[in-house]
Design a protein around this ligand. Structure first.
Ligand code: SME
Length: 164
């Protein structure tokens, strides 16, 4: 019997994970255009591929607010108003929001008290906000510019793969 112990070093280069993740995402979404099915599979892929996460998933923009979509992790807040929390800020500004320390982000919505850092990427299709991709970590400063780059690329791919 072998025991594998994985230690995540937050300073380590994240690129190797994304080198695995991006081709896997392409294979997973191939031939499927349903946004909910694809978002569900991407949430599962992210959660199970990237180390140091406690939540990965989507909120959809619906009737002027964010509504919980496919995710992996603990149950989360269902509705978030524009401008509220990290997700509402990303939705309102249509920019990726990278939060190294959620305790230092005024208005952060703590769905899971264990979360210490977060990244939220807006999902925009043809100029229209579809929702956001949200990832949380129990580690301080888990996400960096490498995550921003590859997650924005992943979201672009998601948008191009789906029929909305
Ligand atoms: N922390 C988020 C809320 C969503 S949960 O993290 C899943 C925020 O401040 O918007």
């Amino acid at each position: 019997m072998s025991i594998r112990i994985f230690l995540y070093n937050k300073n380590m280069e994240n690129t190797p994970y994304y080198r695995t993740l991006l081709p896997a995402a392409r294979a997973l979404l191939k031939g499927e255009t349903d946004p909910i099915a694809n978002a569900a599979n991407l949430a599962a892929l992210l959660f199970n591929t990237l180390p140091g996460l406690n939540w990965a998933g989507f909120y959809r923009w619906k009737d002027g607010q964010l509504v919980l979509g496919p995710f992996q992790g603990k149950p989360a807040c269902v509705r978030i108003l524009p401008g509220k929390g990290v997700c509402g800020t990303a939705a309102q500004t249509r920019q990726t929001v990278l939060v190294p320390d959620v305790h230092a982000f005024e208005g952060h919505i703590a769905c899971d008290a264990a979360s210490r850092s977060e990244i939220v990427v807006p999902v925009i299709q043809n100029g229209t906000l579809w929702g956001v991709l949200d990832m949380d970590s129990p580690l301080l400063a888990r996400f960096n510019e490498t995550d921003r780059k590859y997650l924005e690329e992943l979201v672009q791919f998601f948008v191009s793969a789906c029929r909305f």
